[in-house]
Design a protein around this ligand. Structure first.
Ligand SMILES: [Zn+2]
Length: 280
């Protein structure tokens, strides 16, 4: 599977106007950008700094040392406790679309030579929603890393809990939070990186439990997303649910441009291991 898959051309663009693989329109400034340059810039717009959303495979390639990633828990069975209409077919379609079995990839890798447990969520897989499999994979990753004293780096991207699994999905919030607690008890560093967007049950559980919480510029985040807020008719100041606002109000420790993310993670990990006595 190619690590860098091009996004599909937007529907409203005439078919014969621009070769689909050559150009991308920036959602931030609407400029057309040369795709190869965009790729070299880690999918950050050179005109306005907009951070494009990434596939898991893109994120993995720009984070882990080459060839160091080993996947874990890729064979957990899907649960469909409510026999929710079309859930199984929707999951199958998501698998074909993303090349993922579920909405999170977990495993181990090295970042600048430092061994870590790595999790990367996939927004394209049923909105990055957390059902039993996602919760279980995150929990197993954290518990194993607590046992072997290996730091955890988690890239979050999610619309929240997976409604098709109802209460089973909500229970994953408590389960993953408990697992994050085990990392803390073992004094093993946990770095959470919030990417665009991180909402709902994921935001309200393991995403916001990192020892250090990082975010990409412009990333949207919050408990209830904009559409839910609109229904409640509550008035919120503009920009509340952004990385920058949350950083200014103490919810996030640092907003890091993507081009500096890998180095920053390595720097923090080294610092944590020196300060807190975590071992490889
Ligand atoms: Zn732009």
């Amino acid at each position: 599977m190619p690590l860098f898959r091009r996004r599909k051309k937007e529907k409203n663009r005439p078919a014969d106007e621009i070769p689909p693989d050559l150009w991308e329109e920036c959602p931030g400034c609407r400029q057309l950008l040369y795709a190869r340059e965009l790729e070299d810039e880690l999918w950050v717009c050179s005109k306005c700094g907009h951070h494009f959303r990434l596939t898991v495979w893109q994120r993995l390639e720009m984070t882990a040392d080459p060839g160091s990633f080993e996947e874990s828990d890729n064979d957990l069975p899907l649960v469909d406790p409510l026999e929710f209409p079309e859930y199984l077919s929707k999951t199958q379609a998501a698998r074909e679309k993303t090349g993922m079995r579920e909405a999170v990839l977990t495993g181990s890798c090295r970042i600048r030579g430092i061994p870590v447990g790595l999790g990367i969520m996939d927004l394209a897989f049923i909105g990055g929603s957390m059902g039993w499999v996602v919760g279980e994979k995150v929990t197993r990753l954290m518990e194993q890393c607590a046992r072997f004293r290996r730091p955890v780096v988690m890239f979050c991207a999610s619309g929240g809990a997976r409604m098709q699994e109802s209460l089973v999905s909500l229970m994953q919030m408590a389960k993953t939070s408990g697992a994050a607690g085990k990392l803390a008890e073992a004094r093993v560093p946990y770095l959470s990186v919030l990417t665009d967007p991180t909402y709902g049950g994921v935001m309200a559980s393991f995403a916001f439990l990192g020892d250090v919480i990082l975010a990409e510029p412009g990333a949207a985040m919050g408990f209830a997303g904009p559409r839910v807020v609109e229904v409640t008719k509550m008035k919120m100041p503009p920009g509340v649910q952004t990385a920058e606002f949350q950083h200014a109000h103490g919810m996030i420790d640092i907003v890091v441009p993507r081009t500096q993310m890998r180095e920053t993670l390595a720097l923090i990990l080294r610092w944590c291991m020196t300060e807190r006595g975590a071992t490889h």
